[in-house]
Write a protein that binds this ligand. Structure first.
Ligand code: NCD
Length: 307
């Protein structure tokens, strides 16, 4: 494994290798001896789009491995603001660091970067396209909370059209043979191209529905995301949709299995009712904590593979 660009590039075996290594990283974290692993390595964190969890957990993961971090998070303070091309930026930064974690609004930007430089590139989100490291931590969470991924019934609920988290996760779940329900308003259905590719390649058990209740009923886990307002041409349209798709505690109690897990990549807005946070359904905060061992495992695999 040279880079992590798209979940489509990873086989089930690759994914399991990362998840198993993340388990080991959790043990290493408890023993507190992880910082001896990469004392001489530097991670470049290049975030050309807003990020909290992905950026900070990559930085924390590198530091937990004993490495150091440099980066760009305010584009206005970098030479990009002077008009420097992304290609030039990445070619030079690749001479300063050993590995890059990046986020960029343009679809395909991480793949492009990986073609320009020799060091490992990790895609922390490229526009509406892919967010493979989020998916890896989502799979890790599903395994932990549900005891496995295969055969589980999982509903992806929300803005399936624009959310890269949903797109990546749909590919991954189909590779594992999970039962997938795609739940969204009609105007936010997952791209036809993606659906077609997933069906042709993996023939998953697959349902596309608009009714929230049906999405919740019978599911082992539901994975919810916010309406991705920044990718709408008309912000009013996004606001309108935000009001129609909300998961309340009431809805979960009425239609959900008693041990249903509610997952979310975060940030969440009002798509999850405030009472859900304190309930046993809410697994999203613990899910977010898995960002550290999973990203440690990814860095370790990419750097270790080069020794
Ligand atoms: C997601 C993203 O950036 O795609 N956030 C994350 O990385 N945890 C989800 C989102 O912004 O809705």
């Amino acid at each position: 494994m040279k880079n992590i660009i798209s979940i489509r590039d990873l086989s089930k075996t690759d994914i399991l290798k990362i998840l198993n290594r993340a388990e080991k990283m959790q043990e290493v974290l408890q023993k507190k001896n992880a910082e001896e692993i990469y004392p001489d390595k530097i991670l470049g964190a290049l975030f050309f789009e807003p990020s909290t969890r992905t950026k900070l957990s990559f930085k924390a993961a590198m530091k937990r491995l004993g490495g150091r971090v440099i980066g760009i998070s305010d584009v206005k303070k970098s030479s990009v603001a002077k008009g420097e091309s992304f290609g030039d930026t990445i070619k030079v930064i690749a001479k300063y660091v050993d590995i890059v974690a990046m986020r960029h609004p343009l679809e395909g930007s991480a793949r492009y970067a990986s073609e320009l430089v020799d060091i490992p590139i990790i895609n922390g989100g490229d526009g509406a396209n892919q967010h493979p490291t989020q998916t890896l931590l989502d799979l890790y969470a599903i395994k932990k909370f549900e005891g496995g991924i295969e055969e589980k019934e999982i509903a992806l609920i929300g803005d399936l059209r624009h959310a890269r988290t949903m797109r990546s996760l749909a590919y991954a779940l189909s590779k594992f043979g999970a039962k997938i329900k795609l739940v969204s308003p009609k105007s936010l259905k997952m791209s036809r191209e993606v659906v077609k590719e997933i069906k042709e390649k993996y023939s998953p058990e697959f349902e596309e529905i608009t009714d929230l209740k049906k999405g919740i009923k019978g599911s082992d886990a539901i994975y919810v995301c916010r309406i991705q307002e920044e990718r709408f041409k008309d912000p009013y349209e996004a606001k309108k949709l935000q009001e129609t798709y909300q998961i309340s505690l009431d809805l979960l109690e009425k239609y959900g299995k008693s041990d249903l897990s509610v997952l979310h990549p975060l940030p969440k807005l009002n798509e999850i009712g405030p009472k859900v946070d304190g309930s046993d359904y809410a697994k999203y905060y613990e899910q977010a904590s898995f960002g550290i061992p999973v990203r440690m495992a990814i860095i370790d695999l990419l750097l270790g593979g080069r020794k």
